[in-house]
Design a protein around this ligand. Structure first.
Ligand code: FES
Ligand code: FES
Length: 153
């Protein structure tokens, strides 16, 4: 067991965790932040992307003990005061989701992407989304929404 303390969506959290607990399982099962999804067991799909110290990270690829002292933001922490984040609003506006399973990971990846590439061209968006799969194959609208969000931000 390990004693950890971290910040999740701005809230300080302290917990005792098993060494093998993955960050994604801690978020979903201990904190009930179920917006972060698990879509594979091979670290490929990107449904589990959260921000660790501001950078997009697949939360199934790290133990929560490795996040000790770090700042985590999940999709639940993106919007403030009942207002959608511009990337969330653009996904809604451009119908960039079908079943919605990949959406939280896509959005967290897009928010990180737009910090590093404020005005990405389509090729950049496609390259940055390489680690996120949409099983409904809704990529065209996802790319449109990210382009629109970059203009809105
Ligand atoms: S659940 Fe993390 S990459 Fe698929
Ligand atoms: S909207 Fe269904 S997996 Fe992407």
């Amino acid at each position: 067991m390990a004693a950890i303390s971290l910040t999740v969506n701005g809230k300080p959290i302290r917990a005792e965790v098993e060494d093998r607990t993955l960050l994604v399982h801690f978020l979903r099962e201990h904190l009930h932040l179920t917006g972060t999804h698990v879509g594979c067991d091979t670290s490929q799909c990107g449904a589990c992307v959260v921000h660790v110290n501001g950078r997009a990270m697949k939360s199934c690829t790290m133990f929560v003990a490795q996040a000790d002292g770090e700042e985590i933001v999940t999709v639940e922490g993106l919007s403030g005061e009942g207002k959608l984040h511009p990337v969330q609003a653009a996904f809604q506006e451009h119908h960039a989701l079908q079943c919605g399973f990949c959406t939280p990971g896509m959005i967290m990846t897009a928010v990180d992407m737009l910090k590093r590439h404020p005005h990405p061209d389509e090729e950049t968006i496609r390259r940055e989304l390489e680690g996120n799969f949409c099983r409904c194959t809704g990529y065209l609208n996802i790319i449109k929404a990210i382009g629109a969000a970059s203009r809105a931000i």
